[in-house]
Write a protein of this length. Structure first.
Ligand SMILES: [Zn+2]
Length: 74
C-alpha cells in the first residue's frame, strides 16, 4: 500500500498548498482596493465650488455644475 499512501500525501499536500495560496494571495480581483473605488470621487461646481458626485453633476464641456441655476448663471 505504498502507492496509496503516496497518493494520500500528495493529495493532502495539494490541498494545503491550495489553502495557503487562497489566504496568501486571494484569486481574482479581491485585492486591497478601497470600497467605492472611482464612485467616491467628487467634482467641483464651477460656479459655487460645491463638491458633488459626477453622476449628479450637470456638465457643460469640461465644466461641472451642481445645479441648473449654477450652469445658467455662469
Ligand atoms: Zn453650484
Amino acid at each position: 500500500m505504498v502507492l496509496l499512501r503516496f497518493l494520500l500525501v500528495v493529495a493532502a499536500g495539494y490541498l494545503i498548498y491550495r489553502l495557503v495560496r487562497h489566504f496568501v494571495a486571494p484569486p481574482g480581483h479581491d485585492t486591497l482596493t478601497p470600497p467605492g473605488g472611482s464612485g467616491s470621487r467628487l467634482v467641483r461646481c464651477e460656479r459655487c465650488a460645491t463638491l458633488i458626485p459626477p453622476e449628479n453633476a450637470l456638465v457643460r464641456g469640461d465644466q461641472f455644475f451642481c445645479s441648473e441655476q449654477c450652469r445658467t448663471a455662469s
